[in-house]
Structure formats: structure tokens, C-alpha cells
Design a protein around this ligand. Sequence first.
Ligand code: ADP
Ligand code: MG
Length: 397
Amino acid sequence: QASEAIVDDHKTRAAAAAGLGRILVFVRLRPMAKKETEAGSNCCVRIMNHNNNKSDVYLTQVSTDNNDYLRLKRLRGRHFTFDASFPDSTTQQQVYSKTTAELVEAVLGGRNGSVFCYGATGAGKTYTMLGTVENPGVMVLAIKDLFNKIRQRSFNGNHLIHLSYLEVYNETVRDLLSPGRPLVLREDKQGIVAAGLSHYRAYSSDEVMALLQQGNKNRMTEPTRANETSSRSHAILQVVIEYQVKDGSSNNNNNNNNNIVKRVGKLSLIDLAGSERAIATDQRTLRSLEGANINKSLLALSSCINGLVEGKKHIPYRNSKLTQLLKDSLGGDCTTVMIANISPSSLSFSETQNTLHWADRAKQIRIKACDVNVEMQIPDCGTDQAKLLLELQKENR
Ligand code: ADP
Ligand code: MG
């Protein structure tokens, strides 16, 4: 049994190594909401999956025959290819299996992994990450999977899973499981930690959903003009698994091949704040400050990922609370997955376009790492995302 665990462990490490430096980018289209239909919107997104594991997303304002993809392809800047794109019929389990299951394997191998959901408010980020009781999302399915895998590999009794759930709101860090005063970030031997952050030991996946739902009720949500409940906060679930295995690896200098070693893996699941333009909400003072901070965090996140993939010496983690917190989930041994959430409605056309451009950018970072230079199209609208993209592109030259 123990040797099985070791073989699995090595496989896991190999799989994780193969994924190093890669940012996998996925797109998830949510179903049309009743409100959107009632407002007379039509579907402006088409997804086409190919046999070669790639998939295309088309964005269109013209009404087209479902098969008129060639015509759509000619609409420059409106056609994107991703690692996979999920049509609105995709189940939570399918999204989990395609995007995160491998990462959970890597985490079990003692590595760090992170999954980000990015997109405008209402695009389906929280549904994808948290989900509902009937349809639990990536956060819950990942923990369930962790428990199952641990049971199968029989390192029962020797493992510890603990989780913490926090949010960054207006550059302030708060504990979602034990709300109180804002948390201060401190640097210690393990890196940046939120001082006083509560850690819950998880004994079963069943209790996790309730815990997370309670946590989500503590999130800062405030009505804005753009949306009734616009989430301006970044929520981060950190799942840490610690366990002991017999270390039979060949690079173990000790003659005794049966050393017991402690492995620690960390999985960060991140529900980012809405990416919509601050301009659309047309609010000043506090709100514009918030907007600036949200963009600051997203910009900082992009800069860090960029820097890491390009092998830059200085990675600007310190530029935002979000990137400080995610420092050890982004660099080095970490595998990163991005899920871009989009609405099908023509009413969200420009938000969707921005999201797809951002996701396309993230995807190109990976291509650039393989030494292929790709020019990207900048959206023709003066949005924050467009400016961000321009800045990123300048930085890359
Ligand atoms: P966000 O977190 O991006 O602001 P939500 O996840 O809250 O958006 O989604 C907005 C609404 O759409 C919610 O009512 C949610 O239940 C619903 N929704 C989102 N994605 C899906 C999906 N894939 N299937 C069914 N309903 C969805
Ligand atoms: Mg949300």
C-alpha cells in the first residue's frame, strides 16, 4: 500500500513538472439568465470544441446560423482559442474534472496550485467556485476529491487538511470564517501570512460546503448601479494538506530508503472581484477608489504572472494585498489555472470581449514561454482592461 502511494506520488510529481510554467486557460459560458431574455438580449457567444483538445470561442453581434463559424472567424478580434471552453450545458463536475482535478493531484504530491475565476459581475465566478448545495462548485469538489484520494491511498490517520477562507476588499484583508478586525499581513519564515487568520481542520467534505456558504455570507457585497449585488472583493480559499509518506526517491542520499517525510501541498482557489469597468458604474469618491484598488489587484496579479513566466528577477508581489497573499501559490513550483467566466447575453458584449481578451493574454504568456511571439489585438474601447492590456504589452517588449 505504501509503495503504491510512492508510485502515485512520483507520477504526480512528473505530471506537475510537465505543467510547470504553464497557465492553463479555460472559458466557461453560463446559461442565459431570465432577466437577460426578458430584456430582449440574444446570445452573442458561440463555442466550438475540436478533436485536438482545443476549443474556439466566437463573439458576435450579428445574428448567425450556428454553423457559420467561417464567417465569424473573419471578424478579427472576435475569435479566441483556449485549452477548453465550456458551453452552458457543462456540469460543475465536468468543469472540475477538466480544470482542477490534475491540480489536486499535484497538491497531493506536495506542490502548490491555484485556480482563478475571472470575469464581470454576474458572469458565474462564484457559481463556478462555490456553487450551490445541489450543484457544488470547484471549491467543494476539490476538497471532496482530496478526501477520496487520501482514502484510496491509505495514508489515513497521517494526514491533516485545513482550510482558511479570506477576502481582499479595498486592499483590506478579512477573515471570512471568523469575521472581525482586518488582518495584518506579516512576513515570517513561511512567507507572507495573514496574522490571526483562522484555520479550520476539515474532517469531511460535507461540512465544508456549509462552512464556505457561511463564509460567503460574510463577503462584502454592495449594490452598484451596474448590478444589484456586485462583488468587489477577492475571495481566497486556501486548502493545505499535510501528510507523511515513506520517501523512496533516488535523490535521497541517506541509505535508508524508508525515511518518513512530511509533505505539504497548498491549493488556492480564488474568486476574483468583478472585472467590469469602473466607468460603467459611474460612481465617485469611495467607489472610484474601490474600483482603482480592484484594478490595482488585478493589474498586480497580471504583472506577477507575466514576470514569473518570463523569468524576471523581480516579481512585484508587494504591489497588492492579493499578490502578497498568493506569493507562494503563483511562483516556483506552482501550477496555475485560469477560468474566464462569461455571460452569453448581447447586453454583456463588451464585458465578455474584455474578459476574452484578458484570458487570451494569459494564454499567450504560456506561448511566449515557448518562444513563440504572438501579437495580440487590443480592444478598441477605452476600458480599464484595454489600458491594462496595453501596459502589459509594453512591458513585454
Ligand atoms: P459572479 O460571481 O461572477 O458575479 P454568479 O456566480 O453569482 O456571478 O452568477 C450569477 C447568477 O448566474 C447566479 O444566480 C448563478 O446562480 C447563475 N449562474 C452562473 N453560472 C451558472 C451556471 N453555469 N449554471 C446555472 N446558473 C449559473
Ligand atoms: Mg460572485
